[in-house]
Every structure is written in structure tokens, then in C-alpha cells.
Design a protein around this ligand. Structure first.
Ligand code: SF4
Ligand code: SF4
Length: 421
């Protein structure tokens, strides 16, 4: 049962000094503590604490001791009950794997990897995943996480945009921008086209990056197959740089794909702000008109805390004249998660919604008229929060803001997914 953990991970469970720092910062525990989201019918304060990172570490330590501790060696292992494991499953799957606990942990525990391996263990025991996440494997057989038709992967592409069969630059659109946040995809290709960058798209050969299965503890031969095909197809097209509009795809490609590929990827991975700034540094000129708005920026966990990309989106925002840019209190390393990650949006949507409302409140506090991010998944979740709150605030992806400030048409052509959210 515990074989999935590496020796270093087992040591990490022992290394927690109970400093409580992670409890202070965990965005999920905050929602549960304040009862904005109530996972179980009856909950005492101790039950609530069970959802915090520290107590999940300590509970795993307790379970390991039951099986392998000194007492277990002398008197024999004690039973870990199904009920115990099911409660631990709930606690583990409520986590958005945002990584804040890893950032603040004084003992340097790599908690995100602990949570993901724990999920794999629970799936192995037939106790995980959670809710709708158990359909992921079936859904992903379609090639994407929305069970859409693969041959419609480019249904959002405006007819006047041309892409190359082979090019040094590829735009990896990702399932969400292709089928749910198509304006982001349109804006991204419009900017590339306007700058005259020859680029390629994988079209129906683009397969899900594998993020949702990995984050929910369900790595499988299907994930491996998709990753290898994506890499082979990009390689076949002579690609040297892959640009992502989804933070989840970017993190998965940058950190997880090389493990499956077995060596360094044959191309560089970049977010759109990073790539656009590279072009600017090479001498490309952006013809940007002023946009009069007070805006703030939400760092996606996957490109922020997980990859350390904080400055490029801010630099790009500040290149748009007229924008008044204000920072929220929690930004960069200590940014507050929007609530969508770690497969929580699919598995526990009410928790994702409570967390997104909290992040929107952060933006209200600084009087922002618009929240900007660089991930279609954050965009969807934060928009859901804004809608639920019934407030007058905009939420948009930075590429859409940039494209429109450049006078480009971001209208999405009519297609079967246009009105799906
Ligand atoms: S990764 Fe984020 S949500 Fe999960 S336990 Fe750590 S701080 Fe909480
Ligand atoms: S921050 Fe690290 S050491 Fe401190 S309680 Fe949390 S897991 Fe333990």
C-alpha cells in the first residue's frame, strides 16, 4: 500500500516539526474552517483541522507507524480501517495542490509531490479518486478532457489565420482553450499572426497533456501514450519552442513530460507572456493602444509557485498604456489559489467556487475593475466566482487584453463549443 512512496518521501512525513505555518496559509483549510465550504455533514473543529496540510502529514505518519513503526515491529502491525482511509481520501482530494504549504514549510517538505503520490496510493487501494474524477480515464479516451470530437480541435480558428505544417514555434492550445475558453486561443493566434511569427498547431493530433489524470493520482498508460505522441508530433514538425496558454499544460509539459520522455525535451516550453517578451527583446514592435482600466493580476499556481514565472506577465501588463496596475495583497509565491487546480473544479465544484469568490474578494479589496490571469482554467473558475457574487468585475486572459489593445479581432467563429462554459 505504501510502496508508491519514495524513501525520501517517507522521511519527509517524519520531518514535519509541527510549526503550523502551513495551516495559516492553506486556502482550502481556510474555506473549511470558516464553513464557506462544508465537506461532511457534521464536523467538529478537529475534523476541520484534518483538512490542513500539517494534519494530513501527521495522519500519514500515524498510518505508516501502524504498519511499520517500532510498536508494529514488536507487537505486529495494526489495522488501517476503510473508514480511516475514506476520511483521508476526502481530506487529500479537497487539496488543490496549489503548493502554498510547500512554499511556507520550514522543513522544506515537498508537499505537492506527497499529495500526488498519496492520491496514487488511494487509487491503487480502490479508494480514490473523488466524485467525477473517476470518469477522467473514460473521458480522456476521447483525446481531451471535455469528451469533444478531436477533429474539432481547431473549430475556433478564424478562417483568415494561416498556420504552417512545420515551424520552429508551436502553439499548444490545450483542451480548455480549444473547447471552453476559445477567445483565449483566438487572441493568441491573432497576436502571433500580427507579429508575423510562423507557427504550427497540432490540430487533431494535439492530445490532452495528461494533467488531470496526474493531478488526481491516476497516471496510466493512456497518459504516457498521449505525452509521447504529443512530443513526437511536435518533434516531427521541427518545433524548437512550444508556447502554452494554459498554466496546467505548461507545468505538466515542463515538469512531467521529461520524466516520461526519459531525457530533456527536444524543445523549449514557454508561457505566452514569456514568448511575447522574447520577441520584444529581439526587436519585434507591439503597436498597442491605451486601455483605461484599473487591473490586478492573479498568478496561476502552476506557472507561478510551481515554475516561478512571476515577472513576464507583469512586464507585459505594464507595456499596455493606460492600464493602472495594482497588486493584490497575496501575490507571487504567496498568491491565493483560485480553487480550480488539483482536479478540484471537476471533483468538488462547490469548493472551487468558494475559493474563487475569496480570490475575487482580494481583487475587490484593491478596487480593481478587472482581474487578469494567464490560464483559461483560472479564467473559468474566477468568472464563475464573479457570476455567483453578482458583481461588476471583468475577468480576462492577458492575451485577450493584449490582442484587443493591438486592435485585433478576438471574435470566435461560430462552432459547436462557442457557448459552452
Ligand atoms: S497544496 Fe495548497 S490546498 Fe493543498 S494542502 Fe497545500 S496549501 Fe492546502
Ligand atoms: S509547514 Fe511543514 S513543518 Fe510546519 S507544520 Fe506544515 S508540514 Fe509541518
Amino acid at each position: 500500500m505504501f510502496e508508491r512512496f519514495r524513501c525520501t518521501q517517507l522521511l519527509e512525513f517524519d520531518a514535519c516539526t509541527r510549526c503550523n505555518e502551513c495551516i495559516e496559509w492553506c486556502p482550502v483549510y481556510q474555506e473549511i474552517k470558516e464553513e464557506k465550504f462544508v465537506p461532511w455533514d457534521t464536523m467538529c473543529e478537529e475534523d476541520k483541522l484534518g483538512f490542513s496540510p500539517k494534519y494530513r502529514v501527521l495522519k500519514m505518519r500515524e498510518m505508516l507507524n501502524k504498519k511499520y513503526g517500532l510498536r508494529a515491529l514488536i507487537f505486529g502491525p495494526r489495522e488501517i480501517t476503510k473508514e480511516e482511509l475514506e476520511r483521508y481520501r476526502d481530506q487529500t482530494y479537497m487539496c488543490t495542490t496549489c503548493g502554498t504549504c510547500r512554499t511556507v514549510c520550514e522543513s522544506r517538505l515537498d508537499t505537492v509531490s506527497l499529495w500526488e503520490t498519496t492520491r496514487e496510493m488511494l487509487v491503487g487501494e480502490g479508494i480514490g479518486p473523488y466524485g467525477k474524477q473517476s470518469r477522467f480515464l473514460e473521458i480522456l479516451k476521447s483525446g481531451n478532457m471535455y469528451e469533444a470530437k478531436q477533429e474539432e480541435r481547431l473549430c475556433w480558428l478564424p478562417s483568415d489565420i494561416e498556420f504552417k505544417k512545420e515551424a520552429e514555434v508551436a502553439y499548444f492550445v490545450g483542451c480548455t482553450a480549444a473547447f471552453r475558453a476559445q477567445k483565449v486561443a483566438v487572441a493568441s493566434v491573432r497576436v502571433l499572426d500580427e507579429l508575423g511569427v510562423p507557427f504550427t498547431l497540432l490540430g487533431e493530433e494535439e492530445l490532452c497533456c495528461g494533467s488531470v489524470l496526474m493531478r488526481s493520482g491516476q497516471p496510466s498508460p493512456l497518459v504516457e501514450n498521449y505525452i509521447m505522441k504529443n512530443i513526437e508530433n511536435l518533434k516531427k514538425r521541427g518545433v524548437k519552442k512550444v508556447v502554452f496558454s494554459c498554466a496546467g499544460c505548461m507545468k505538466t509539459a515542463t515538469l512531467d513530460w521529461p520524466k516520461y520522455w526519459g531525457k530533456e525535451l527536444p524543445f523549449e516550453t514557454l508561457t505566452f507572456p514569456q514568448y511575447i517578451l522574447q520577441l520584444v527583446d529581439e526587436g519585434y514592435e507591439l503597436d498597442i493602444k491605451p486601455v483605461r482600466k484599473k487591473v490586478t493580476y492573479h498568478d496561476p499556481c502552476h506557472t507561478g509557485r510551481h515554475l516561478g514565472i512571476y515577472e513576464p506577465p507583469r512586464r507585459l501588463i505594464q507595456m499596455i498604456p493606460g492600464l493602472e496596475f495594482v497588486e493584490m495583497e497575496r501575490t507571487r509565491e504567496l498568491q491565493r489559489c483560485c480553487g480550480a487546480g488539483g482536479a478540484v473544479k471537476a471533483g468538488i465544484p462547490q469548493l472551487a467556487l468558494a475559493m474563487s469568490k475569496r480570490r475575487v474578494e482580494d481583487a475587490i479589496e484593491v478596487d480593481a475593475e478587472m482581474l487578469i490571469s494567464t490560464c483559461p482554467f483560472c479564467r473559468r473558475n474566477l468568472r464563475d466566482g464573479i457570476k455567483e457574487m453578482g458583481i461588476d468585475m471583468e475577468m480576462e486572459d492577458l492575451m485577450v487584453i493584449l490582442a484587443e489593445a493591438m486592435g485585433l479581432n478576438t471574435e470566435v467563429p461560430e462552432n459547436p463549443y462557442l457557448y459552452k462554459s
